[in-house]
Design a protein around this ligand. Structure first.
Ligand SMILES: Nc1ncnc2c1ncn2[C@@H]1O[C@H](COP(=O)(O)OP(=O)(O)OP(=O)(O)O)[C@@H](O)[C@H]1O
Ligand SMILES: [Mg+2]
Length: 258
C-alpha cells in the first residue's frame, strides 16, 4: 500500500513544488513506484515536468470536480517509476465548485483509493493556501512534509498551518502525521541561515530533517527545461540534497515500521 505524503505550507514560494518534483524523481530512480499529483491551479509541478510526459486529456480538475476516474488522469513519464496527474488552471474553480459537493473534504481520498495499491508513494503538491484543495490533501495523506524557506520570518504563519493540521487530525483524518519539516534554500555563508535553522529546530523539536536543501541555481533552472534536477544536472548540490533527503525519509520510515 502506498504512502501518501502532502507537501504543504500556505506560505508561497517556500519550495513545496521543487521538493515534490525532486523527491518524486529521487524516489523513482530508487525504483520506488511513485505518483505525483499536482493539486495547485498554478500547475508548477505539471510545467516543471512538462518534458517528461504528454499533456493531454484528463486533469486533476476533471477527477475532483467532474468525477472522472483517477486512472484516466494518470500519465506515464519518461522515468519508469514515475507517473503524474497533471493540473490546469481550471483548478482555480475547484475551490468553489467543491464547496457544494457532498463530503467535499474527502473527494480526493475517494478518487485515489483504487490507485494507491499500485504505488510505493503518492505525493501531493499543494497550493499556497489552506483552502479546500489543501484540506483534501491533508484529509487523504498519511503524512505532511512542511518545507520552510530559510529566511527572515520563516516561522510566520506556521502556527496557523499547525492549527489546521490539528483540526484535520481531530475531525477528518486522525492518522495524519508530520513527515518532517524541511529547510529549503539554505545558504551556509549567511549568519541569518544558521539563526533560522536554530529557530526552526527549536520550534519543531525532533521533526526537522537533518538534510537541508541548499540554495542552488540549478534547482531554479530545471523547471524551465521541464525536468527534475536529476535529469538536468545530476551532479549539482540540489540533486545531491534531494537524494540525501529521500534516503533520510526512507530510513526514518523503516525505523517507524520496525
Ligand atoms: N533550493 C533552491 N535553490 C534555489 N532556488 C530554489 C530552491 N528551491 C526553490 N527554488 C526556487 O524558488 C521559487 C519557489 O519555489 P517553489 O515553486 O518550489 O515554491 P512553492 O512553495 O511551490 O511556491 P508556491 O507557493 O507558489 O506553490 C522557484 O522559483 C524555485 O525554482
Ligand atoms: Mg508550488
Amino acid at each position: 500500500m502506498g504512502k501518501i505524503i502532502a507537501f504543504a505550507n500556505q506560505k508561497g514560494g517556500v519550495g513545496k513544488t521543487t521538493t515534490a518534483i525532486n523527491v518524486a524523481a529521487s524516489l523513482a530512480v530508487s525504483e520506488l513506484k511513485t505518483l505525483l499529483i499536482d493539486l495547485d491551479p498554478q500547475c508548477n509541478a505539471t510545467t516543471g515536468l512538462a518534458e517528461m510526459f504528454s499533456q493531454n486529456g484528463t486533469t486533476i480538475y476533471d477527477i475532483l470536480v467532474r468525477e472522472q476516474p483517477m486512472s484516466k488522469g494518470i500519465k506515464k513519464t519518461s522515468l519508469d517509476f514515475l507517473d503524474i496527474v497533471p493540473s490546469t488552471n481550471d483548478l482555480v474553480g475547484a475551490e468553489i465548485e467543491l464547496v457544494g459537493m457532498m463530503a467535499r473534504e474527502y473527494q480526493l481520498r475517494k478518487c485515489i483509493k483504487r490507485q494507491i495499491k499500485k504505488y510505493d508513494f503518492v505525493l501531493l503538491d499543494c497550493p499556497p493556501s489552506l483552502g479546500l484543495l489543501t484540506l483534501n490533501a491533508l484529509s487523504t495523506a498519511d503524512s505532511v512534509l512542511i518545507p520552510i524557506q530559510c529566511e527572515y520570518f520563516a516561522l510566520e504563519g506556521l502556527s496557523q498551518l499547525l492549527q489546521t493540521i490539528r483540526l484535520v487530525q481531530r475531525h477528518l483524518n486522525p492518522g495524519l502525521e508530520i513527515e518532517g519539516v524541511l529547510i529549503t534554500m539554505y545558504d551556509s555563508r549567511l549568519n541569518l541561515s544558521k539563526q533560522v535553522v536554530k529557530e526552526v529546530k527549536d520550534y519543531f523539536d525532533g521533526k526537522t530533517f537533518s538534510t537541508m536543501i541548499r540554495r542552488n541555481v540549478r534547482l531554479s533552472e530545471a523547471p524551465s527545461f521541464g525536468k527534475p534536477i536529476l535529469l538536468y544536472e545530476a551532479n549539482s548540490p540540489g540533486a545531491q540534497d534531494y537524494l540525501t533527503l529521500v534516503q533520510e525519509m526512507l530510513e526514518r520510515g523503516s525505523k517507524e515500521t520496525r
